[in-house]
Design a protein around this ligand. Structure first.
Ligand code: ADP
Ligand code: MG
Length: 409
């Protein structure tokens, strides 16, 4: 395997001549669906004037403000920014401040240029948020694109989530929701919130959000969904659609004349919000809040992955098992969809999340009841895992919740 790894790195260096004078590749650190990520050292780091104020390996994370715009103007800027005003140039330069250790994200050539551009553009928009991993620069050589990010030391989620105290959970989630509130204020949906995309360092008690490969601006590629209507309009629409489709059906309609629904379903199985599963055509940033809730549920239940569905129908069954038929049916109707099942193990009313957590951690109500701080965490969890995206808590409100206030510095 070492030889394969070397060959990969050699390929990268061949594609970008001059690369080896700039970066010393150290190791492969990630391999996803859309990219391979390497850790590297910026060889020229010591020669830069204006660098991150970092101790070893980016321990002091916050980028220092640039002192004078003229200093920033002296730095290399991206082509698009060269004609911009001084302040804009300064901002661009701020994101280009180098770090000693970098993550080189080599985006697979099978990704469409539009997708790659989207990721780089959104990262640029979010450059001022310390909780979002900034983009230092990016290179392209024919069909190959690499993004250079500061390397952020983090631990594998699987290695620490079982040992987290409620206070640790509050700190972890506060860090995540700080990033989300920033991203959402920019009306950007991340779409792929999960532990591997939130690089958390338990010693520093902070994390950064990465991987905007599936991210999307709210409202692009969206069509009105009845979930945004008031309930009487929605009922009326549902009724007329029902009549138009010939009234009641026995089971699954054989000749379904309804137009098929198309909606963005990008994301990772197990973390998809119910409205994504029901193909809501007008999804909002609330989809990320659901996924963050799944992370908290994972930590509190000490089970990863908590949801382990093979496909969307499986995922609906898993969610229904917890929330029950009744609420699932209401949720489907909210988006103008139908939900029917005869699976006998799914109850009408489902369970409350406190119970689920007690069961999955094999705890006993009498001997080991929920503590006060756990109750606050569960109250928060319920607000993140509200099936109705309109009622689900926003990132901004979440930061004011007692649970996340427990995680304040
Ligand atoms: P993909 O689209 O392939 O999932 P990601 O951006 O999520 O790509 O990166 C994949 C993995 O690489 C991450 O889960 C993480 O382990 C590692 N990684 C990505 N960016 C960084 C970074 N800035 N610092 C350290 N590790 C990183
Ligand atoms: Mg990823």
């Amino acid at each position: 395997p070492d030889q394969v790894l070397d060959e990969d790195m050699r390929k990268l260096q061949r594609a970008f001549p001059g690369f080896k004078h700039k970066y010393r590749l150290i190791k492969k650190i990630g391999e996803g669906t859309f990219s391979t990520v390497y850790k590297a050292e910026d060889i020229q780091y010591d020669r830069y004037e204006n660098k991150w104020d970092l101790d070893k390996e980016n321990e002091k994370w916050a980028p220092p403000p640039l002192r004078r715009p003229s200093e920033a103007a002296a730095l290399p800027t991206t082509a698009g920014a060269s004609s911009a005003s001084t302040t804009q140039t300064a901002q661009v330069a701020a994101t280009r401040r180098p770090a000693k250790f970098v993550a080189i994200k080599k985006i697979y050539v099978t990704s469409s240029p539009a997708r790659i551009f989207n990721e780089l553009e959104l990262l640029h928009d979010l450059r001022d948020c310390p909780a979002v991993c900034p983009l230092i620069t990016a290179f392209r050589a024919t069909d190959q694109v690499v993004a250079i990010l500061p390397y952020f030391r983090h631990q594998d989620f699987r290695d620490y989530f079982r040992d987290m105290l409620v206070s640790d959970m509050a700190i972890y989630l506060r860090s995540l929701f700080t990033a989300l509130s920033f991203v959402h204020r920019h009306h950007i949906m991340h779409r792929d919130i999960k532990p591997t995309n939130f690089l958390y360092n338990p010693d520093l008690r902070r994390g950064v959000l990465v991987d905007f490969g599936l991210a999307e601006r709210e409202g692009t590629d969206s069509k009105p969904c009845v979930c945004h209507e008031d309930s009487s309009t929605r009922r009326q629409r549902l009724r007329s659609a029902y009549v138009a489709n010939g009234g009641p059906h026995q089971g699954y309609p054989k000749n379904d004349t309804r137009p098929s629904r198309r909606a963005n379903r990008a994301g990772t199985r197990g973390f998809r919000a119910p409205e994504v599963l029901f193909k809501c055509t007008e999804q909002t940033t609330k989809i990320d809040i659901w996924s963050a809730g799944v992370i908290l549920l994972t930590i509190m239940s000490r089970r990863f992955p908590f949801f382990n569905s093979a496909d969307d129908v499986d995922a609906m069954i898993e969610i229904s098992t917890i929330f029950g038929h009744k609420r699932m049916r209401q949720t489907s109707q909210l988006h103008g969809a139908m939900y029917e099942t005869n699976i006998p193990t799914i109850g009408q009313n489902g369970f409350d999340l406190g119970k689920i957590i007690m069961w999955s951690t094999l705890r006993n109500e009498e001997k080991n009841p929920l503590e006060q701080d756990e109750r606050i965490a569960i109250d928060f969890l319920e607000k993140c895992l509200d099936l109705d995206p309109r009622r689900r808590i926003s990132a901004e409100d979440a930061l004011e919740h007692d649970f996340l206030l427990m995680g304040e510095d």
